[in-house]
Design a protein around this ligand. Structure first.
Ligand SMILES: *Cc1c(COP(=O)(O)O)cnc(C)c1O
Length: 414
């Protein structure tokens, strides 16, 4: 447990507040869309979409989630070392030489091509180990995966599933357009579902042990698309965001992330004073300026220079001039009482005004996914329950089950 004295020092410049009550709320909502005995795979890749994967996964584990998906082996080992004892699936590339780590930490690897399967098998035989695998099909995403309509698919997969050192347990595919609602996208999504369904049935009829099949992402879950398979991979909806505006908002969700900073400097500049690099803003009248110690190196989109705004005392204050690496300037003429040390909301809600990830995404011509992934390592995450800070990232609190994770692994935690 963190000492209370450590906590305020984390929030001295800029920080993210992550609402764990909202996480549990979203989890409950998602569960209402899934059939009984269906496995929810919590997608916590990319540091849990920027929210901090240790505390997010740990909280989900406490709430009954026992299957996690990450993008790579480092993320997977990080979860094991902070006490995650459920299943962990690596969705992307792992170098075959790391098979001993996969086996040692009991992590499931995605196998998406014959050559990668053979390379893993070879390393496993050299070390006399077996790794667990889920097969990935490409049903139309065009990314990684065995091509669903390869004339040799059945042969390739049969061969893969009998390779020494590889234990095939599951199969999955990924939808490319489930978050789009136009007619053409709907047809394509149905086509992908059909291709997956047909392939899984064929493989099962031929004795390939793909007992655990999963296809849905957040958009598929929200749309209740064919829940007949064993699992679903929820990502963005866990964090309280919808995959797109178009996706059916079939359950209410609460955003987890707020981004705060303190005012570092306040001053009144006269008319005709230019602000920031390149002098893209020059005051037309005496203007009250607040500097905040956040810039693009913290992950705030530089493209919002002269476009974005923050909340100070519940008032929208525009960003003036170019955003710098470590600082940016706000026009606080509308809040003359604001002073150095006051807290500014960069993302989140104050009074009834909110700056959502969606607002920032729209202003910076990207998607909400990228906005929450952006805050960099130097922005500490703090975790709230009942509006109180209960943990900071990498806190001892979330390492409480260290021993449990160690039990699960075959080798000692490094
Ligand atoms: C990221 C990802 C997901 C989760 O996507 P969301 O849209 O956030 O639900 C699921 N499956 C795979 C393979 C992914 O890469």
């Amino acid at each position: 447990m963190s000492s209370q004295n450590d906590v305020p020092s984390r929030c001295n410049r800029t920080w993210l507040e992550i609402d764990l009550d909202a996480l549990n709320y979203n989890l409950q909502q998602i569960n209402t869309l899934l059939p009984k005995n269906h496995t929810l795979i919590a997608t916590v890749k990319a540091n849990a979409y920027g929210h901090g994967d240790h505390c997010i996964a740990y909280t989900l584990q406490q709430s009954g989630v026992h299957f996690f998906a990450v993008s790579n082996l480092d993320e997977a080992i990080g979860l094991r070392r902070c006490g995650i004892c459920g299943e962990i699936l690596v969705l992307g590339y792992t170098q075959p030489d790391d098979a001993p780590l996969l086996a040692g930490y009991d992590i499931i690897q995605t196998i998406y091509a014959s050559d990668c399967a053979k390379a893993f098998s070879q390393v496993c035989q050299e070390h006399n180990i077996t790794i667990r695998a889920h097969l990935k099909l490409d049903t139309g995403m065009g990314r990684i995966g065995f091509l669903y309509d390869d004339p040799n698919l059945l042969m390739q997969i049969k061969e893969t599933s009998t390779l020494p050192g590889i234990s095939v347990e599951g199969i999955f595919t990924h939808l490319s357009s489930a978050d789009m609602s136009d007619a053409e996208s709907n047809v394509y999504t149905n086509l992908q579902l059909q291709r997956f369904s047909n392939t899984v049935h064929t493989l099962r009829e031929n004795g390939v042990p793909v007992n655990f099949a999963h296809i849905q992402n957040s958009a598929g879950i929200l749309r209740r698309l064919s829940p007949e398979f064993e699992g679903s991979r929820a990502g963005i909806i866990l964090y309280g965001m919808y995959p797109s505006d178009e996706t059916e908002h079939s359950i209410p969700l609460k955003a987890l992330m707020s981004w705060k900073a303190v005012i570092s400097c306040v001053k009144e500049v006269p008319a005709g004073h230019s602000i920031s690099y390149g002098r893209h803003f020059t005051s037309e009248r005496p203007t009250r300026i607040a500097t905040i110690p956040v810039g693009y190196a913290d992950g705030y989109p530089r493209i919002l220079s002269g476009k974005g705004y923050c909340l100070v005392n519940g008032v929208k204050c525009p960003i003036l001039g170019n955003i710098c690496m470590d600082q940016m300037m706000l026009d606080i003429s509308a809040v003359p009482q604001a002073a150095p040390g006051d807290i500014v909301t960069i993302m989140g809600q104050e009074n009834n005004i909110s700056i959502t990830a969606e607002v920032l995404a729209q202003q910076s011509n990207t998607i909400n996914y990228e906005i929450t992934c952006n805050p960099s390592r130097r922005v500490p995450r703090v975790y709230l329950q009942n509006r109180k800070i209960i943990a900071t990232e990498n806190d001892a609190l979330i390492c409480a089950d260290y021993a449990a994770a160690e039990l699960r692994t075959n080798t000692q935690i490094l």
